[in-house]
Write a protein that binds this ligand. Structure first.
Ligand code: FDP
Length: 330
């Protein structure tokens, strides 16, 4: 039985000179994951389902559990001197841990509760996280390409609670055993399929997409058993849940630029705390993530809450999507 803590500590021992700080930080995500899972499981009794009646910096309605999960995560790094800054989907500016300002060596980026529309219907949800090195200690430290992430991962709250992370060397999956309250290693050095049979996209928004995107999705739906088509639609309205399925089964998740009514012409998903962490996980498992024209991990952000179009999944489908976007395929 390999617990998350044991796995992390054994990997640390394989790196002479490691300070152990990163290990402690990663283990804290395990603790936060258990606390958030508990909040989700008991929300109906505590009356924490539903809207908080507030909006985040991006004008999105906050659910009570968005706020609760954000508070749990901020509190998680409030001691131990490790983290200087925490940027979150729910906060306009990064939270500064003043007591760690001098010595803290890390910054974290967070989506406390991804897929919030699933909260009130008992659907799958997730927390996305990314750890970066502290540079100067301010917001500018975060405005760097995704390749500079030290660790990225997510916690998935579904029928069981999973924690998936990469430190750049392999992607590892842990499952929470509720009887002992520990995350146990259930897959080490995961490799994702080269191609899949499914795609995830909110097709109700297709009128707002570029013709190249529509052509790609139409292509996936054509009948051609020799190329594995038609693909099946698998969309849960939680980015983490859809990407997790694709990590295990292959395929592609899309959230393209959307010029339709009420759509997001730059794409909906945020580069720094949604796209880049999942891109690192998927790339380290053998997949790819692209804006359609550029590798997500190479995009240098101009601002904290910047949005980009996202295509993420198996290498075969993401490369095909890029060919459609370049007009090489129709
Ligand atoms: P949500 O806003 O409900 O937290 O930006 C996050 C996200 O969910 C993704 O998890 C999800 O894939 C997507 O947005 C859903 O957007 P649509 O409702 O437009 O499909």
């Amino acid at each position: 039985m390999i617990t998350l803590d044991r796995f992390i500590l054994e990997r640390e021992q394989a790196h002479p000179g490691a300070t152990g700080e990163l290990s402690m930080l990663l283990m804290r995500f395990g603790v936060a994951g258990k606390r958030i899972a508990h909040e989700l499981a008991t929300a109906a009794f505590k009356r924490t389902l539903g809207s908080a009646g507030t909006a985040n910096v991006q004008g999105e309605q906050q659910k009570k559990l968005d706020v609760v999960a954000n508070e749990i995560l901020l509190e998680t790094f409030d001691y131990g001197g490790l983290v200087v800054l925490a940027a979150s989907e729910e906060l306009e500016a990064p939270y500064l841990y003043e007591s760690n300002e001098r010595d803290g060596r890390y910054a974290v980026l967070l989506v406390p509760m991804d897929g919030s529309s699933n909260i009130d219907v008992n659907g799958t949800l997730g927390t996305i996280f990314s750890i970066r090195h502290r540079e100067e200690g301010g917001e500018k430290d975060l405005l760097r390409a995704g390749r500079q992430q030290v660790v990225a991962g997510y916690i998935l709250f579904g029928p069981s609670v999973l924690l998936v992370y990469t430190d750049g060397e392999g992607v590892h999956l842990f499952t929470l055993d509720p009887s002992i309250g520990e995350f146990l290693l259930t897959a080490e050095a995961l490799r994702m399929p080269e191609r899949g049979r499914g795609y995830a996209v909110n097709e109700g928004r297709s009128r707002g997409w570029a013709p190249e995107v529509r052509a790609f999705v139409e292509y996936l739906k054509e009948n051609d058993p020799s190329t594995g088509r038609p693909y099946s639609t698998r969309y849960s309205a939680s980015l983490v849940a859809d990407v997790h399925r694709i990590l295990l089964e292959g395929g592609i998740y899309l959230y393209p630029a959307d010029a339709g009514a009420g759509g997001k012409p730059q794409g909906k998903l945020r580069l720094l705390y949604e796209c880049a962490p999942l891109a690192l996980v998927v790339e380290k498992a053998g997949g790819a993530a692209s804006t359609g024209t550029e590798d997500v991990l190479d995009v240098v952000p101009q601002s904290l809450h910047e949005r980009i179009p996202l295509a993420i999944g198996s290498r075969a489908e993401v490369e095909l999507y890029e060919r459609f976007m370049r007009g090489e395929r129709r």
